[in-house]
Design a binder for this molecule. Structure first.
Ligand SMILES: Nc1ncnc2c1ncn2[C@@H]1O[C@H](COP(=O)(O)OP(=O)(O)OP(=O)(O)O)[C@@H](O)[C@H]1O
Length: 479
């Protein structure tokens, strides 16, 4: 059995991880820095009884974890590396996988999962799993010495839910390859943002990122839009025009809403993808194609295939790496982070100062099903900006902005079911369910009594101090 090397500058973290290795019955060593880790790895020479798995923290004194990861993945007999960090979820998860990590875990760790990883990845040569380097070959031209390429803030995906961390890991894994990716997810889940993230993290980052939305192009123009046309090739073709494939040369072509492509045009796209050349409409010789394809759909493409609306062969060409984007309601607690983000961003943009989110509004955010996903949330926050007199979005204001009465529409049972399905909010589901009912109740009583707390307390049959206490606990402000 190979050893585990725990690399973390925090003794308490090393302690917990060491106990986890003991529980798994796997020998381990510890290092407090990249330098110390190099020494230990060097001594063992990664021989049979050497280090098979490195649990690596990113922020370390001296060289950081990514630097060490880059070095390790260059070694012919590199150990598995699992990156563990609390920082900057998206960037660190993408970066870790891009640099060849076997897995990524955000802090606080799920120790049960760490134990499983330690067991699975520290196996000896007999039971050897494929090395990460073999599993995903590094694309040519990708320099390891380059530091992490910081994503522009506008390209950052927000969210720390386990479902999103899986997406970040997938972005990092595919970014280092040239493989075709099919993004699947409901409308407004961030498919375009993910496509961009794959591009900026890939070896093609300096090339163009070109988007074509299949649902937005009239069918007659689709071929010329994609492949270009020669002057005079059809009525209206007054100039020679390059197509999107040509414009994306050296970069990434994002084919959005691919499910909307008419079936009779799909054969040509398949041919282009197979032969990697395009024919301009009216052109005489084919042009070579040098693009990475990322396609996206909010429809169930597999079903479209069964129903004969989408070619099976094209589907398999596109779905080399299928990536599913979770709907917002499946991203535990992310809706609160996103709401805070947009209140800050739009507040700065339109009012010159950020707005804040009241604690009492959180249960409502968590309970709403968000059929329009992040885009719907953006719209709600923008409406809040227009309507809010103050700088704080509380439960009362939010419930007025959400589609007519969340509770009234779906009934109390619906709301409660929704809360059980949604991610676990801070303080637990029970507290969130009570708050989801209590906050609007108190808000309504206050609205009826025009903010008079004594009369509102009477209306509710509680004393005024209790009312005040509840309002404080729910984060509600007196008006
Ligand atoms: N995790 C996220 N963090 C921050 N912003 C996000 C996130 N997900 C989506 N957005 C934002 O939500 C909006 C919708 O995202 P995007 O256009 O990428 O969705 P989509 O899945 O491509 O939607 P459609 O299928 O309707 O084209 C964009 O403004 C995007 O910036």
């Amino acid at each position: 059995m190979r050893k585990v090397l725990i690399v973390d500058d925090e003794p308490s973290v090393r302690f917990v991880l060491a106990r986890t290795c003991e529980r798994a019955g796997v020998p381990f060593e510890e290092a407090g820095s990249a330098e110390e880790a190099r020494e230990k790895l060097g001594h063992d020479g990664l021989a049979q009884d050497g280090v098979g798995l490195v649990l690596l923290d990113v922020r370390l004194p001296g060289d950081d974890g990514f630097k060490l990861l880059g070095e390790l993945s260059q070694r012919p007999d590199s150990p598995f590396v699992v990156v563990m960090t609390a920082e900057d979820t998206m960037r660190s998860a993408v970066e870790a996988m891009k640099r060849g990590a076997a897995d990524y875990l955000g802090k606080p760790f799920d120790l049960g999962r760490v134990e499983r990883i330690v067991r699975d990845l520290s196996v000896g040569p007999e039971g050897e799993a494929p090395r990460p380097a073999e599993a995903a070959p590094r694309s040519a031209g990708q320099a390891d010495e380059e530091g992490p390429q910081p994503l522009a803030l506008g390209d950052m995906l927000i969210g720390r839910s386990p479902a999103m961390v899986e997406v970040y890991k997938e972005i990092g894994r595919v970014a280092r390859t040239e493989m075709t990716v099919l993004l699947m997810g409901e409308s407004g889940t961030g498919k375009e943002l993910v496509a961009r993230a794959i591009h900026v993290n890939s070896a093609r980052a300096r090339g163009p990122f070109v988007t074509v939305n299949m649902a937005a192009i009239p069918r007659d123009l689709m071929e010329s839009e994609l492949y270009g046309h020669e002057k005079g090739s059809f009525t209206g073709a007054v100039e020679r025009r390059p197509g999107k494939f040509e414009l994306a040369s050296g970069g990434t072509l994002f084919l959005d809403e691919i499910g909307e492509m008419p079936i009779e045009l799909q054969a040509k796209l398949l041919r282009v993808l197979q032969e990697r050349e395009v024919d301009r409409v009216g052109g005489s010789r084919p042009l070579p194609v040098d693009v990475r394809i990322v396609a996206a759909t909010n429809a169930d493409l597999a079903r479209s295939v069964e129903e004969g609306r989408f070619r099976r062969d094209l589907y398999y060409r596109l779905a080399v790496v299928p990536v599913r984007l979770p709907p917002l309601r499946e991203r535990e607690g992310d809706v609160v982070l996103l709401a805070r983000h947009y209140l800050g961003k739009y507040g700065e943009q339109f009012r010159g100062r950020p707005l804040t989110l009241g604690k009492d509004a959180e249960p409502l955010l968590l309970a709403h099903p968000w059929p329009g996903n992040v885009r719907e949330l953006q719209n709600v926050i923008q409406r809040a900006l227009l309507k809010l007199p103050g700088a704080r979005l509380g439960a009362r204001e939010l419930s007025a902005l959400l589609p007519a009465g969340t509770v009234a529409d779906r009934g109390l049972t619906g709301l409660v079911e929704q809360l059980l399905d949604a991610g676990a909010p801070e303080g637990g589901r029970h507290a969130a369910a009570i708050a989801a009912v209590e906050a609007p109740l108190i808000a309504a009583a206050l609205a009826r009594t025009k903010g008079n707390q004594l009369r509102a307390a009477e209306l509710l049959g509680m004393n005024r101090n209790t009312l005040r206490e509840r309002m404080r606990a729910l984060g509600m402000k007196a008006r």
